[in-house]
Design a protein around this ligand. Structure first.
Ligand SMILES: C[S@@+](CC[C@H](N)C(=O)[O-])C[C@H]1O[C@@H](n2cnc3c(N)ncnc32)[C@H](O)[C@@H]1O
Length: 287
């Protein structure tokens, strides 16, 4: 049996990694893909490498093979690694400027087309902040027109690969940090009460959550009037991003919209299949 090198806590931060071991890394990524169904091959290698390095340092191991043995012996660490690889950072109304543009330029048009029965897919929703943000803007738009009854057929579906995040999304309660980008008016209206603040019933009735791996499964049954996928595709390699843009295009209803936000960029052949609604905030309309 191989003995793992355990270093002192102080050394964990600076423990050198055997980072120049491409075969060791490849073996580890295949292991995680096969054993946990997390398709590492589609993610950018430097992101995976960085996240794995953090976990290796935390466990005080220096080689990928030693870390693989840690995973065999410690199911909890395996979960921690998966958690690190999925990167669940999110906030309500994250980057408010982008949401503001969506509310002004996309929602009114989509409302006119759908008569309120709007179907929205938040792909890579993490713990649901994005889905609740969408539900709040949709409800606010309906309320401003005195047409909340029309929301009966509306749906905001949040999907993610991470089941723990989805369980948090279903609870729909949020701590202070989740509100850092939230305008006071929206917080008071839709997340009243003490922290952790629960989403108002009007939002809860609009949202649903389900597990879905964007890489292994097709989009949920559509068509969708709006697909929101933010801070997710940047972790995938270019080829995978291009495939997903094509899938989003197919899943959208004619005239439906794709909201990427500032971080992602529309790539590949799909660029010809969308027109910009707001180039800066990366809001596109399906052609
Ligand atoms: C940084 S969060 C983005 C959350 C939210 N969209 C936002 O912008 O605030 C990235 C999310 O993508 C999810 N994710 C990563 N790979 C995925 C995959 N293959 N299928 C579905 N979701 C995935 C992660 O679990 C994580 O919740």
């Amino acid at each position: 049996m191989t003995t793992l090198t355990i270093t002192s806590p102080a050394a964990l931060v600076t423990a050198p990694l055997d980072a120049d071991d491409p075969e060791g890394l490849a073996r580890l990524l295949v292991k995680v893909t096969v054993e946990r169904g997390f398709r590492c091959g589609s993610y950018k290698e430097r992101c995976l490498r960085r996240r794995i390095a953090v976990r290796m340092r935390a466990k005080g191991v220096h080689t990928f093979d030693d870390y693989a043995r840690v995973l065999d012996a410690d199911a909890h660490e395996y979960d921690r690694l998966l958690d690190a690889l999925t990167i669940n950072v999110t906030k309500l109304f994250r980057n408010w400027d982008s949401w503001s543009a969506l509310a002004a330029k996309a929602l009114p048009k989509l409302w006119d087309v759908t008569g309120g029965a709007m179907r929205v897919w938040s792909a890579g929703t993490s713990s649901g902040e994005e889905a609740y943000s969408l539900a709040a803007l949709l409800h606010r738009h309906a309320e401003s027109r005195g047409e909340t009854a029309r929301l009966d057929g509306a749906l905001v579906l949040g999907t993610d690969i991470d089941r723990a995040s989805l369980a948090a999304a279903a609870r729909g309660t949020f701590g202070d940090a989740a509100f850092a980008d939230t305008p006071a008016e929206l917080r008071e209206r839709y997340f009243p009460g003490a922290l952790p603040a629960a989403a108002a019933p009007e939002l809860r009735s609009l949202v649903a959550f389900e597990h879905r791996d964007l890489l292994l499964e097709p989009p949920p049954a559509g068509p969708w009037h709006l697909i929101v996928c933010r801070n997710v595709l940047i972790y995938f390699d270019r080829q995978t991003q291009e495939v997903l843009f094509e899938r989003f295009h197919e899943a959208l209803a004619p005239g439906g919209m794709l909201f990427l936000g500032k971080v992602e960029t529309l790539l590949g052949p799909a660029r010809q299949r969308f027109a910009a609604v707001d180039q800066r905030e990366r809001i596109y309309r399906r052609l």
